[in-house]
Design a protein around this ligand. Structure first.
Ligand code: TMP
Length: 206
């Protein structure tokens, strides 16, 4: 039996990292130990790519290099960690996946739609998540929350127009497939968000 591939994605500071452990507990009680992982990253090698990609550098990181690094990390992660877990029948809970590339490198940076689609076909192929929760917040709330964080990476310093394009892209992608995507109003209290996710998983995978 193949496991379930569940993704949590969306704008920054929307509470994904609070929700994922709560949902992992729910999965653990019903379907066994899940693999909880993230992108970019999720294996030692992919985490090294993450560190390189998100860090500030003294020289410019060309946008196409950034995109390729996201997909390089994704290839390592899918082959070495996610694929084997799904083959073992394990549920996989992944913090961000390919929608983030469309939102940030695509809509946010303003291009690459065809290149991303090609990379997705080559690298993700059939290993698509069955269910993607898009955590949604108004952009001014995102900015307020990001400013309250102690440390920021180079991806956290983006302007309001960039963040609006990112948010709009997530919502547009979610609207194309309401079976696979579930948009979460991340302004709600934590327990209400968890309940919405659990209700959705129960309805999908009862
Ligand atoms: P995180 O803060 O949710 O861990 O995500 C790290 C950053 O990486 C976040 O700003 C979004 C960005 N990112 C991309 O730009 N493209 C991608 O494909 C992925 C997976 C993440």
């Amino acid at each position: 039996m193949s496991g379930r591939f569940i993704v949590f994605d969306g704008v920054e500071a929307a509470g994904k990292s609070t929700q994922i452990p709560i949902i992992a507990d729910w999965v653990r009680a019903r379907h066994g130990e899940p693999l909880v992982t993230r992108e970019p990253g999720g294996t030692p090698l992919a985490e090294q790519i993450r560190a390189l990609t998100l860090a500030d550098h003294d020289e410019v990181m060309p946008l196409e290099a950034e995109l390729l690094m996201m997909f390089a990390a994704r290839s390592v992660h899918l082959n070495n960690r996610v694929g084997p877990a799904l083959d073992r029948g394990q549920w996989v809970l992944c913090d961000r996946f390919v929608d983030a590339s469309y939102a940030y490198q695509g809509a946010g940076q303003g291009g690459f739609r065809h290149q991303i689609a090609w990379l997705e076909e080559q690298i993700v192929g059939h290993r698509q998540p069955e269910c993607v929760f898009i955590f949604d917040l108004p952009v001014d709330t995102v900015i307020e929350r990001v400013r309250q964080r102690r440390s920021m990476d180079r991806f956290d310093r983006s302007d309001i127009d960039f963040l609006q394009r990112v948010r709009d892209e997530y919502l547009a992608r979610a609207a194309t497939d309401t079976h696979r995507y579930c948009v979460i109003n991340a302004s709600q209290p934590v327990n209400q968000v968890s309940q919405t996710i659990v209700d959705h998983l129960e309805a999908r995978f009862a």
